[in-house]
Design a protein around this ligand. Structure first.
Ligand SMILES: [Zn+2]
Length: 175
């Protein structure tokens, strides 16, 4: 395992880099990413995001579950408290799903998944848990209902074998 000494060594190196200096609570890239907790698919690595550029929400599957919406609502309040609302310029939300996602294995636990999505087990099919290319479409549609119409929303699938992301839902917005 990576022990505390190792973590402290790495942190000292990070602090010495100074890459955190001058950053504020507002992400400079006007970007929010929803992605999976899988250690292989950290959006900052996969999409080359720098510290302070994007707000990243990670959960099992990178899914737009009710808990994700509640997190976004809380972030909107934080954003408003710090800047009076959305920052100037275009704003972008990316839903990032991936191949070989562990959430597929949870199809053996429909009650657990139903609780996660806060739906009846009979409605789980609509969540497309077994197919990231389909689930990312489902989640882009789901999240658009909760975002301001001027926000761009994109759906991507990351292939853990090739290292490449595929655009499944190109950036679009409601207005
Ligand atoms: Zn995953």
């Amino acid at each position: 395992m990576i022990d505390l000494d190792e973590l402290m060594r790495r942190n000292v190196k990070f602090a010495a880099s100074g890459s955190f200096e001058g950053l504020t609570i507002r992400a400079t890239g006007n970007l929010r990413v929803i992605g999976c907790v899988d250690s292989r698919v950290d959006p900052s690595h996969v999409l080359g995001l720098g510290l302070g550029e994007a707000t990243v929400i990670r959960n099992v599957g990178g899914r737009v579950a009710p808990s994700t919406i509640r997190t976004l609502e809380m972030l909107a309040k934080v954003s408003k408290a710090n800047s009076g609302g959305l920052p100037p310029g275009d704003s972008h939300v990316v839903v990032l799903h991936h191949t070989e996602c562990g959430i597929v294995q949870l199809s053996d636990y429909p009650e657990m998944l139903a609780q996660y999505f806060e739906v009846a087990t009979t409605d789980l099919n609509a969540k497309a848990v077994s197919d990231p290319y389909e689930s990312v479409r489902v989640d882009v549609d789901a999240i658009k209902k909760f975002l301001a119409p001027e926000v761009f929303v994109t759906g991507l699938v990351y292939d853990v074998t090739s290292g490449l992301v595929q655009v499944v839902v190109p950036p679009s917005r409601e207005d």
